[in-house]
Design a protein around this ligand. Structure first.
Ligand SMILES: Cc1cc2nc3c(=O)[nH]c(=O)nc-3n(C[C@H](O)[C@H](O)[C@H](O)COP(=O)(O)O)c2cc1C
Length: 187
């Protein structure tokens, strides 16, 4: 599985960034992380007919199109999804690279709820984008702070790591199923 990750946190020592690194390390296949912090604010005027999309937008779209699946890992801010992440998803609405793309959505928060408000908002946005959100690969991770090893900036909690492995294997299975479905349709 060729997997692209998007993190909703821009913090250098982000817990969600640690979840991304740990999850990508569990995947069999090439992985990459998108730079969504350099995207301009979404403006349809920059993206309409005859317009050339800004370079970071074009790069994001190419990266999503090239990936077999997308992993989105995000904190919750003010009971919602981070603006940076919603901005990135807004840039993908009209270009449609996420359409039918298998997606794993993980929210991680120090709170006991695991960022459930952000999770629900992002899930609804992904539904609108007609991404294939793979429910078995989605997680809300509570109390994330205690689960990170600050020396390595990776997930250290064994149960969380095992669960991330399970989530990534469900995502890979969805990619395999989608590939087989496409091959059967072509035959
Ligand atoms: C402005 C602000 C608002 C926040 N709002 C929420 C919130 O609504 N729910 C929540 O669970 N955590 C909230 N948090 C805590 C974040 O989940 C926490 O800072 C988390 O570590 C951020 O993710 P990161 O470590 O990946 O950067 C908020 C943090 C900040 C700075």
């Amino acid at each position: 599985m060729k997997l692209l990750a998007l993190s909703g946190s821009l913090r250098a020592r982000s817990s969600n960034g640690a979840v991304v690194r740990s999850a990508l390390a569990l995947v069999d296949g090439p992985t990459a992380t998108a730079d969504i912090g350099s995207l301009p604010h979404f403006n349809p005027d920059l993206d309409g007919e005859g317009a050339t999309p800004p370079a970071p937008v074009a790069a994001l779209r190419t990266a999503v199109a090239d990936a077999d699946a997308v992993l989105i890992v995000s904190p919750e801010y003010a009971h919602g999804a981070p603006g940076t992440l919603k901005n990135a998803l807004d840039w993908l609405v009209s270009s449609a690279e996420l359409m039918h793309k298998p997606v794993a959505l993980i929210t991680a928060s120090p709170s006991p709820t695991g960022g459930d408000y952000a999770h629900a908002q992002l899930r609804e946005t992904l539904r609108m984008l007609t991404a294939e959100v793979v429910t078995a690969a989605c997680r809300e991770i509570p109390a994330i702070g205690a689960k990170i090893d600050r020396a390595t900036e990776r997930v250290a909690d064994e149960a969380t790591l095992a669960d991330l492995r399970t989530a990534m294997s469900h995502l890979a299975a969805a990619v395999t199923a989608a590939t087989e479905h496409a091959a059967a349709a072509d035959a």
